[in-house]
Ligand binder design. Structure first.
Ligand code: NAD
Ligand code: UDP
Length: 329
């Protein structure tokens, strides 16, 4: 649309991924409103955006309804790290379930296109490897990770029903472990933990024997996929998923490169040879998934996308971010 300024709402936009998305959309000329309750996000992540006249920040909890006229809604609000989502599990599941319902209501009333961040956690501790979208998962309904996993699964169901029942234009991505600048240094996730520990010469804490695996995606690759997906015409999205026999638009987005947690620790230490850190083993948390790797066939076909940034390239960029952050504190 010539001369038209797209209006975007980002929930959770003061967090790691949301703040990076806000920065990108502003650079592309969009008007961006961020709502966030600052549970795990921070004003520091969006400090540089505050002076931009096209940027608005509001403290708001997504469990409460929100009103405004937007072309696109990006629903990211939800703590993503196990230590944070387990801190107040009732609040976590409320954020997932009530948050998406409030945003879908807004999308329905204002005819906005809506994007929802789902997660590889919907597959739980998978017994199919790698995980395709067709796989329904292996999830404990009553464990310590369930507030997050089941909250996200319920959110997918709610998205599917708002699409079927009311025709809301909703698109979902199941994000696999993503890392990069703007992660919280005490977030508790493995990449940030290992880098911060190595920079501070503290012990590198491998939980369990370190043979569990994850696939790590650099944040820029995820942002590319989100933007390609949201730019697709609705008819194309509907045709694609109907041909694939998938009820609603949901795709995996992640980097299929799979590493054990021990390999990750060794890579971080190799990149920081001056570090005096030693690897130690601590107890494996309950219900910790053993393996995880995305099957990204659908994302490749639909978006013509695949990740470009290898772990060996993304880790140094992330190390530089944390080095500067720690030095500045
Ligand atoms: P993050 O914790 O850095 O960001 C989440 C943001 O949501 C924070 O700014 C937090 O303050 C805000 N928030 C939490 N509860 C809220 C509420 N009730 N109301 C308003 N704001 C609230 O996490 P992230 O890594 O940026 O994750 C963003 C989204 O992507 C989350 O929905 C997460 O589940 C999903 N995701 C992330 C990953 C990953 O590896 N980073 C993987 C899968 C899915
Ligand atoms: N992990 C670890 N040491 C840490 C933090 C995490 O060994 O300091 C392990 C954790 O047990 C899991 C993997 O790293 O097996 C990824 O953990 P993270 O919390 O980053 O993501 P998730 O488990 O949600 O995929």
């Amino acid at each position: 649309m010539n001369g038209y300024t797209k209006k975007c709402l980002i929930t959770g936009g003061a967090g790691f991924i949301g703040s990076q998305l806000a920065r990108r959309l502003l650079l592309q000329g969009c008007e961006v409103t961020v709502i966030d309750n600052l549970f795990t996000g921070s004003k520091g992540n969006i400090y540089d955006l505050m002076q931009n006249p096209k940027f608005t920040f509001l403290i708001h909890d997504v469990t409460q309804p929100f009103w405004g006229q937007f072309d696109e809604i990006y629903n990211l609000a939800c703590p993503a790290s196990p230590i944070h989502y387990q801190h107040n599990p009732v609040e976590t599941i409320k954020t997932s379930v009530l948050g998406i319902m409030n945003m879908l209501e807004l999308a329905l009333k204002t005819k906005a296109r809506i994007f929802h961040t789902s997660t590889s956690e919907v597959y739980g501790d998978p017994d199919v490897h790698p995980q395709p979208e067709y796989y329904w998962g292996n999830v404990n309904t009553i464990g310590i990770r369930s507030c997050y996993d089941e909250g996200k699964r319920a959110a997918e169901t709610i998205c599917a029903d708002y699409l079927r029942q009311y025709g809301v234009d909703v698109r979902m991505i199941r994000i696999f472990n993503t890392y990069g600048p703007c992660m919280h240094p005490h977030d508790g996730r493995v990449v940030s933990n290992f880098i911060v520990q190595a920079l501070q010469n503290k012990n590198i804490t491998i939980y369990g024997n370190g043979q569990q695996s994850r696939s790590f995606q650099y944040v820029d690759d995820l942002l590319d996929a989100i933007q390609l997906y949201m730019a697709l015409p609705r008819a194309k999205v509907e045709r694609f998923f109907s041909e694939k026999g998938i009820a609603v638009p949901v795709i995996n987005v992640g980097n299929p490169g799979e590493f054990t947690i021990r390999e990750l620790a060794e890579m971080v230490l190799a990149l920081l040879p001056e570090s005096k850190s030693k690897i130690i083993n601590e107890d494996l948390p309950k219900d910790d998934p053993k393996r995880r790797r995305p099957d990204i066939t659908l994302a490749k076909e639909l978006l013509g996308w695949e990740p470009r940034i290898k772990l060996s390239e993304g880790l140094p960029k992330t190390i530089e971010y944390f080095r500067a952050l720690i030095k500045g504190n």
